[in-house]
Design a protein around this ligand. Structure first.
Ligand SMILES: N[C@@H](CCC(=O)N[C@@H](CS)C(=O)NCC(=O)O)C(=O)O
Length: 209
């Protein structure tokens, strides 16, 4: 059976758990990472010496990086609706997934870790946190513009795809942290649309940022 290493409250693990719910995939999961067993332990280091979660083990195959895990699982289980074969459709999904670990994520990190998780590297780093709020807000405004222009309802258009998983997680976090935000009507509409999905209610919009 698929094994997932990682605590269920981490944004990158939640992405994988959400996908498993979408495709009805059974798995076993072990809590590793901040607040649980430290990934510096030899047992975890054997699966990934990078020390970050999630990591999966699938019949002896080990894979890290949440977006790569999403692509691997969707492809393995034949879910072309989530990760299309058509070159341009797939490239558009990849574009949003890449945004979700680069520009869409850069500002989130100091804001979440400084204001919410309060990790020692970020707590009290006001300048960095303020930069994060500024950058993250700017990125979400661009997402809002895109969704308004395309009419969505999903980031790649009419259909829900893998791209909505990282983007949906970022939106949930953006709307649930304590800082001043502008109104983003298209993002708010997208949030409601995603909330129709049981997997999002379980692992995305589940009351935690
Ligand atoms: N790019 C990686 C980032 C992984 C990552 O930063 N994971 C966080 C949890 S969401 C982590 O391992 N934090 C340290 C810890 O929990 O010990 C991915 O997408 O999987």
């Amino acid at each position: 059976m698929l094994k997932i290493y990682g605590r269920a409250d981490g944004i990158n693990i939640r992405k994988v758990l959400w996908l498993c719910e979408e495709i009805s995939l059974r798995y076993e999961r072990e809590d590793w990472g901040r607040g649980y067993r430290p990934t510096s332990e030899p047992e975890f280091q054997r699966v990934s010496h990078f020390g970050l979660v999630p990591v999966i083990e699938d019949d002896g195959f080990i894979l890290r990086e949440s977006n790569s895990i999403l692509r691997y699982l969707a492809t393995k289980h034949g879910r072309r609706d989530l990760y299309p074969e058509d070159l341009r459709a797939r490239a558009t999904v990849d574009q949003w997934m890449d945004w979700g670990i680069s520009d869409g994520f850069a500002g989130l990190r100091p804001v979440f870790l400084g204001l919410h998780a309060k990790t020692p590297e970020f707590v009290g780093k006001t300048e960095l946190i303020n930069w994060g709020i500024w950058h993250w807000t700017r990125q979400l405004q661009k997402l809002d513009t895109d969704l308004a222009r395309s009419g969505g309802p999903y980031v790649c258009g009419a259909n829900f795809t893998l791209a909505d998983i990282p983007v949906g997680m970022i939106v949930n976090r953006f709307l649930n942290l304590d800082f001043e935000r502008p109104e983003l009507p298209a993002v708010a509409h997208y949030y409601e649309r995603l909330s129709e999905r049981p997997g999002y209610r379980l692992y995305g919009r589940n009351g935690t940022p």
